[in-house]
Write a protein that binds this ligand. Structure first.
Ligand code: ADP
Ligand code: ZN
Length: 305
């Protein structure tokens, strides 16, 4: 048995865990990603927490196979740096791998968080048997991890799969990236809450929007939700037409709505995927909701991706 530390750095919290090569989370903890600290100071806190996890399990750094880090994109895994993630502004261009190297001798690997989550689904989750699949997370934003021909497709700098900024509706609203109608700007949990709040004239969460829509009492919410399901269907068809996967795994907070979303997406794919076999692509929920981020980060060490 070998051990890895998986660290999932997010805009609001950083989750980390000690994970065995068998995929067991032996211990875990989480810290608020305090954006008022310098990234170096935040890394110091994360490293201290990781050392505590080790000593708490009676292990030493020499027992570690390595440390895997998942972080939001854009990043540059070639340089070991965070690049320009919108919700981690104070970390822009921060050499995160080098910063962790000041605290640990073990090998350190960095990949973007959606890519790491895809690897977790391959290792222990819904895509264990698949050689070709796409993992899509629909949460605060939208991202994807691509696994093809038995390996992760990371791209040259670790940014492959950033489908959140694939244009779905070129006449749509203006996204922060400067394009109109980006997938994430019109179909993420943030987008659903923003659109619904403006329609209803009061702040609502995406969870409430689904409740209102599915109760059949609010036609405007019903039509908003159907539009979003359609956008997610379009996103899936584009990935299916591009990559010819066996399976699309959908995770992230918004996927918790369950059957209504999966039924709508399967039906869209059945009607619109170009390749007849693509129309039958399995569309399944992610199996690892809890701890997916830190397990994916640890998988960067434990699996040969
Ligand atoms: P993060 O983006 O930080 O990884 P999540 O994956 O939990 O976090 O996604 C958060 C988004 O998912 C929010 O927009 C939230 O409103 C939405 N969400 C969370 N739970 C549900 C749910 N049960 N039904 C619908 N939307 C949800
Ligand atoms: Zn965009």
């Amino acid at each position: 048995m070998t051990y890895a530390i998986g660290i999932d750095i997010g805009g609001t919290k950083t989750a980390l865990g000690l994970v065995s090569s068998g995929g067991q989370v032996l211990s875990k903890t989480s810290l608020t990603t305090d954006l008022s600290l310098t990234p170096s100071d935040m890394v110091y806190k994360i490293a201290a927490a990781a050392k505590q996890l080790l000593s708490g399990s009676g292990l030493q750094e020499s027992d570690l196979q390595g440390i895997g880090i998942g972080a939001p994109g854009p990043l540059n895994t070639k340089l070991g740096q965070i690049a320009e993630p919108p919700n981690l502004r104070s970390w822009w261009n921060f050499p995160v791998v080098e910063a962790f190297k000041r605290h640990f001798q073990a090998p350190i690997v960095l990949e973007n968080d959606a890519t790491a989550a895809a690897l977790a689904e391959k290792w222990l989750g819904a895509a264990k048997a698949a050689d070709h699949f796409v993992y899509i997370t629909i949460s605060t934003g939208i991202g994807a991890g691509i696994y093809s021909h038995g390996r992760l497709i990371t791209g040259a700098t670790g940014n492959a799969g950033d489908i959140g900024h694939m244009v779905i509706d070129a006449g749509g609203p203006l996204c922060g990236c400067g394009q109109r109608g980006c997938f994430e700007y019109i179909a993420s949990g943030t987008a659903i809450a923003r659109e619904a709040s403006s329609l209803l004239g009061r702040p609502v969460t995406s969870k409430e929007v689904f409740e209102l829509a599915l109760s059949g009492q609010d036609a405007a919410m019903e039509s908003l939700v159907n539009r979003v399901f359609n956008y997610i269907g379009i996103g899936c068809v584009t990935m299916i037409n591009t990559l010819d996967p066996e399976m699309v795994v959908i995770g992230g907070g918004v996927s918790q709505v369950g059957a209504p979303l999966f039924d709508a997406v399967r039906s869209y794919v059945k009607r619109h995927a170009l390749n007849p076999s693509g129309r039958d692509t399995l569309i399944v929920p992610a199996a690892l909701q809890q701890d997916a981020g830190l397990i994916g980060a640890a998988a960067l060490i434990h699996t040969h991706y």
